[in-house]
Design a protein around this ligand. Structure first.
Ligand SMILES: NC(=O)c1ccc[n+]([C@@H]2O[C@H](COP(=O)([O-])OP(=O)(O)OC[C@H]3O[C@@H](n4cnc5c(N)ncnc54)[C@H](O)[C@@H]3O)[C@@H](O)[C@H]2O)c1
Length: 308
């Protein structure tokens, strides 16, 4: 079976992709510096190289393993960090990705899948749900760095024939999302509510997001790997807008928690409303989300409880 290298494979989404690929019989190796990921997220069937994508020595992994495919999930994922430290964000997300693409080019990788962000690159969309033709006007450095790599992918395909698919994820949630990080509102609310603590809602809570279950995102990666698609970007979301207040209420009821949230200051760089039109992914990848928010929250809660 083909060998797939997943960067960020010890992270939330990367480790879920690894599980699905292993299940389908692929050989999986991971590169992760464990800055936000954890060794215990990754299946023991996958080999982990603890390395930083920004450093030259990731080349040694390509030299040794000669992967057929690369799924690039490693990134600085925090919008707020990108606003306070845009240089760090660009170093990891742009320069780290370029370092990786150079290896993909030199070692004849068949296709690169890239984790882009439909939640961050469009800024405030001109219409909802936003489709892939929506103008790209990110409001935060994270959105700019994520989109910048899509441009490099296009260049590497044009100049060197490196095939790629960029998957523009909506707000991904599910098992293994880090509740202590600052991204991932579902994980943060769940951890706070189960501990009887008051979650903080930034701003008035009427900002909307498109919540997509991690299992559906992993399946989008599998399809993008196996289909002939190349040189394309796909939105991976549900097309459904849910406000943070609605999400909180849904979770509070599902967890029978009698805790009211507190409101904090709105965060700079965050969009007001977003949800993603997924019709292109439906048409060309045969992908559509299969897990509703209610079902996904249930699955996530079961994982949380089993872990506790
Ligand atoms: N979670 C979401 O809602 C969401 C939405 C859109 C896009 N994305 C993208 O999906 C990808 C995965 O995100 P996630 O939510 O699983 O986050 P995560 O933090 O769980 O995973 C990122 C992984 O990358 C690793 N990493 C970070 N910097 C690295 C470096 N310099 N070298 C090697 N490894 C490094 C971390 O240790 C971690 O394991 C990211 O590229 C993110 O931008 C996520």
């Amino acid at each position: 079976m083909p060998k797939v290298l997943i960067t960020g494979g010890a992270g939330f989404i990367g480790s879920n992709i690894a599980d699905l690929l292993l299940d389908k019989g692929y050989e999986v190796i991971a590169v992760d510096n464990l800055s936000t990921g954890s060794r215990k997220n990754l299946s023991k069937e996958a080999k982990l190289y603890v390395k930083d994508i920004c450093r030259g020595d990731i080349r040694s992994v390509f030299e040794k393993e000669r992967p057929d495919y690369v799924i690039h999930e490693a990134a600085q994922i925090n919008v707020r960090t990108s606003v306070t430290d845009p240089v760090f964000d660009a170093k990891v997300n742009i320069l780290g990705s370029l370092n990786l693409l150079e290896c993909c080019k030199d070692y004849n990788v068949k296709k690169v899948l890239y984790a882009s962000s439909g939640g961050a690159i469009y800024g405030e969309p001109v219409k909802l749900p936003a489709d892939e033709k929506n103008p790209i006007r990110p409001l935060c450095p994270y959105g700019a760095s994520k989109y910048s790599v899509e441009n490099y992918l296009y260049i590497y395909k044009k100049n060197f024939g490196l095939d790629y698919v960029a998957l523009r994820y909506a707000n991904v949630y599910g098992p293994r999302q880090d509740p202590l990080g600052e991204a991932g509102v579902v994980a943060i609310f769940m951890s706070r509510l189960s501990g009887g603590e008051k979650p903080v809602i930034y701003g008035d809570g009427e900002q909307t997001r498109d919540y997509v279950y991690v299992g559906d995102v992993a399946r989008a990666n599998l399809l993008a790997l196996e289909k002939r698609a190349t040189g394309t970007e796909y939105n991976i979301g549900t097309g459904i807008e849910t406000s943070v207040n609605q999400l909180y209420e849904k979770m509070r009821k599902a967890m029978s928690a009698n805790v009211s949230a507190v409101h904090g200051k709105a965060v700079a760089g965050e969009v007001r409303r977003i949800c993603l039109d997924n019709r292109l992914a439906q048409k060309e990848l045969g992908w559509k989300p299969s897990v509703t928010l209610t079902e996904g929250l249930e699955k996530t809660m079961q994982w949380f409880t089993s872990r506790a």
